[in-house]
Design a binder for this molecule. Structure first.
Ligand SMILES: C[S@@+](CC[C@H](N)C(=O)[O-])C[C@H]1O[C@@H](n2cnc3c(N)ncnc32)[C@H](O)[C@@H]1O
Length: 276
């Protein structure tokens, strides 16, 4: 197909998807959206974006599948363990010196493993009762299935498959069974861990701005957003933090735009910044 026509069809498909699914593909990098579309085209052996659009607008199941494809939600407990070392050894002790509630936000929380990992660290540092009294963790995402899964707090462990090998991921903890009810392959987060965490729908692109947060983790989410949007989001995160608050990015993400001079590096290797 001619390149010009392919670009036209791609743009039309993007517009159609935004209208049909309410997912703003225009705020994501074309390379990312293109890979997601192409993978759906391949699934149906289709050659053109027009042909895929024809199928998509009539097939509710495919609409669901495309949404899932667009919101990749790979995650793990204690993903990038060195980051959680810094949280455990430096950031949490530092925040415990402050009076009042400690408010944590896992932005793009997927099925909740990141938010629950943080809850386990606070439970470990403070004990159940103190942690419940002092810490509030908010997990937000735009994927409704992920949010349902997160609220349920039950995870299947399949040893050998990295993403679901919970045993490996939990090596970070001295006593994993302290935080989970383990029945065969099923790991259910215990009430003490759950009680610190709340999950809600929130679109980082169009949702209301947050405030009064002490730690924001937004990892492996904005990497798919356009640079312009990343600039805006990083400033939003800066504004959302309390003075002294921490911003934790993904390992492959970097600050862009004015936020580079707003944040103070706290641990560059682990991509952790502070609002000083
Ligand atoms: C790859 S997962 C990252 C999960 C976790 N932060 C981690 O690093 O393990 C990316 C998550 O971002 C969510 N996401 C994508 N676009 C979003 C948006 N505009 N607002 C909120 N969440 C979004 C996806 O639904 C997905 O669950």
């Amino acid at each position: 197909m001619e390149k010009k026509q392919q670009i036209r069809e791609f743009e039309e498909l993007k517009a159609g998807v935004k209208e049909l699914l309410g997912f703003n593909v225009f705020q994501y990098k074309d390379s990312y959206i293109g890979r997601r579309f192409d993978s759906r085209l391949r699934a149906y052996h289709l050659e053109t974006y027009d042909a895929y659009w024809d199928l998509l607008r009539r097939d509710a199941k495919e609409q669901e599948r495309l949404l899932q494809e667009l919101t990749i939600n790979v995650t793990e407990f204690f993903r990038d363990q060195p980051v959680f070392d810094v949280l455990r050894q430096q950031i949490i002790p530092c925040l415990l010196t402050k009076k009042g509630k400690i408010r944590v936000w896992s932005a793009g929380s997927s099925d909740g493993k990141e938010a629950y990992s943080l809850s386990m660290l606070f439970n470990e540092a403070l004990g159940e009762q103190q942690a419940a009294a002092r810490v509030e963790i908010l997990g937000t995402d735009i994927d409704a299935d992920c949010l349902d899964h997160a609220k349920l707090g039950k995870y299947e462990c399949h040893p050998g498959i990295l993403q679901t090998d919970i045993v490996k991921q939990l090596r970070f903890l001295p006593n994993p069974d302290h935080f989970f009810v383990i029945q065969g392959n099923q790991y259910s987060v215990k009430p003490a861990v759950k009680s610190l965490v709340r999950f809600e729908y929130h679109d980082l692109i169009s949702g209301p701005k947050k405030q009064n947060i002490d730690i924001i983790l937004c990892r492996n989410v904005v990497i798919y957003f356009t640079r312009e949007l990343q600039e805006v989001l990083y400033q939003d995160f800066f504004n959302a933090l309390n003075p002294g608050g921490f911003f934790v990015m993904g390992k492959t993400e970097t600050l862009v735009g004015p936020s580079r001079s707003m944040f103070t590096p706290f641990n560059l290797a682990e991509r952790i910044y502070q609002k000083t």
